[in-house]
Design a binder for this molecule. Structure first.
Ligand code: ADP
Ligand code: ASP
Ligand code: MG
Length: 460
């Protein structure tokens, strides 16, 4: 038994579930109350990660941008205040809570002023952190209003990261030791409420893990605390065969393997931040995804072993893809050409996602993780590549990923997948490397129609 496990079990002596509530789940007082009741009904849920109330992070993103005037700054802060005060007005200690929110909002206003004087990624992260700082404070009070003993814990004390603002990398070993030191002692007597999405670097500056990062924060905390379960409470009753906003034919999946769900997240299914399942898989922690609005409707269970492994499980769509094509006659029969290209890309911190090659050309797409601070393909990359080869960049594409099992060897795959979408312009196809996915690019304008057609072909 690991040290963490023995300490966790000793302190809690019960099962531990880490639960995460997303933006819509903490959007207003009624939504928060529903979540608080889920926690009340499940004594195992003792660590709770919250996102910012729906809409707040988007306001903060705007506030962090370079071209925001003073009036707009005030306007945005006022809008955030309205969202949060609509929650506090339902609580007994409204006056005290409003004072606390006001203190946080005046710190926010100071950061916004600094940002307009000198725009930095560091201040962007400081600004973005206020959504979670406020929602966690309010959610703790909602829990207390139901008689649940709870504390609001500043996750930055444990979520130690590097200094890559907007896409910070968490130091997992430090998170573990800090969690044992600071969280475990509180577990026996409190429900701990803390913030998703944010962390802190060695200089004690606030960092963020990328948009939608609260799912990942929750999984990291579940791993650090050696939890028995991770529950992701959101606005849909589980993981669907595709985004239910694209087609009403999408249906909830009862059970899915870690591998398949991780592929879905990687290929853009917004239901889970793309790194969420990595900590869960490392520690073999089953993950539940369900709706905080309809907790009785069940949800999706993600785990290592599942009963059925269908060829076609789901379809994910990732928008805003960039396709880079490089071409050079030098590639023909030459050695080391691609290594030079990859070197340049690595130097510019570009991580290759999909790749296809022919004799004298290579087409690549990139992992455009939800970073707020980096633009993907800069003129510096292009200039450097142009020393070696002809370069062209295409925007306005979407990546469609069919997720399933044995897709590298499945029979009739081209008929099943491509027959019904043969009227669409398909830009690049990648199949064969992974058993769990088959991917292709389509023009952004066609992407919803392609997913609808494909869904009816694979799942109807
Ligand atoms: P939260 O704020 O709770 O993190 P998100 O908006 O980030 O919620 O994610 C939930 C949304 O993900 C759903 O409302 C749905 O539109 C979208 N989504 C995308 N793909 C899927 C899928 N395969 N199954 C379910 N939902 C999906
Ligand atoms: N509030 C952050 C966002 O909107 C993180 C999250 O909700 O997961 O991206
Ligand atoms: Mg999300």
């Amino acid at each position: 038994m690991s040290m963490t496990k023995s300490i966790t079990n000793y302190m809690t002596q019960t099962k531990l579930t880490v639960a995460k509530f997303g933006g819509t789940s903490v959007a207003n007082f009624q939504a928060m109350l529903r979540c608080a009741n889920i926690i009340k009904n499940d004594p195992a849920t003792r660590v709770v990660i919250v996102s910012a109330s729906a809409g707040v992070t988007n306001h903060l993103v705007r506030l962090s941008q370079a071209n925001v005037g003073q009036d707009e700054q005030q306007n945005i802060i006022e809008k955030i205040k309205v969202i949060q005060f609509n929650i506090t007005e339902n609580l007994d200690n409204e006056h005290w809570l409003n004072e606390q929110v006001d203190i946080l909002l005046s710190e926010l206003a100071e950061h916004a002023i600094n940002q307009s004087e000198q725009h930095t990624a560091k201040t962007t992260d400081a600004i973005l952190s206020y959504g979670e700082q406020i929602s966690s404070l309010l959610f703790t009070e909602v829990l207390r209003s139901l008689g649940i003993t709870s504390v609001c814990f500043d996750v930055r004390q444990v979520m130690k990261t590097n200094s890559v603002h907007g896409k910070a990398v968490v130091d997992i070993a430090r998170l573990k030791s800090k969690a044992v030191e600071l969280l475990v002692p509180k577990l026996a007597t409190n429900v701990i409420v803390t913030q998703g999405f944010i962390g802190q670097d060695d200089l004690e500056q606030t960092t963020t893990l990328g948009r939608g990062g609260s799912d990942y924060s929750a999984a990291l905390l579940a791993e650090a605390l050696n939890a028995d379960d991770l529950a992701i409470w959101t606005d849909v009753v589980g993981i669907f065969t595709t985004d239910p906003r694209i087609t009403d034919q999408a249906r909830a999946i009862k059970e899915i393997s870690f591998g398949e769900a991780a592929e879905m997240a990687t290929f853009g299914a917004k239901i889970l931040h793309q790194s969420t399942l990595i900590p869960a898989m490392r520690q073999n922690i089953p993950v539940f995804v369900g709706s905080s609005k309809e907790p009785d409707k069940g949800g999706t269970r993600i785990q290592k072993k599942v009963e059925s492994n269908p060829t076609y499980r789901s379809i994910a769509l990732r928008r805003e893809q960039t396709l880079l094509t490089i071409k050079s006659p030098e590639m023909l029969h030459s050695k080391g050409f691609l290594a030079k290209v990859f070197d340049i890309l690595a130097k510019h911190d570009l991580s290759i996602d999909l790749i296809t090659t022919s004799e004298i050309s290579v087409a690549l797409t990139f992992d455009n993780h939800a970073s707020l601070t980096q633009s993907l393909i800069t003129s510096a990359v292009i200039e450097e590549l142009e020393q070696l080869c002809e370069v062209s960049v295409e925007y306005g594409l979407s990546l469609v990923a069919v997720i399933g099992n044995g897709l590298n060897v499945a029979k009739c795959i081209s008929r099943k997948v491509f027959e019904k979408i043969n009227g669409f312009n398909i830009r690049m196809i990648c199949q064969g490397a992974s058993t769990n996915n088959l991917c292709f690019l389509v023009p952004e304008a066609d992407s919803n129609a392609v997913v609808k057609q494909l869904h009816s072909s694979l799942f109807d």
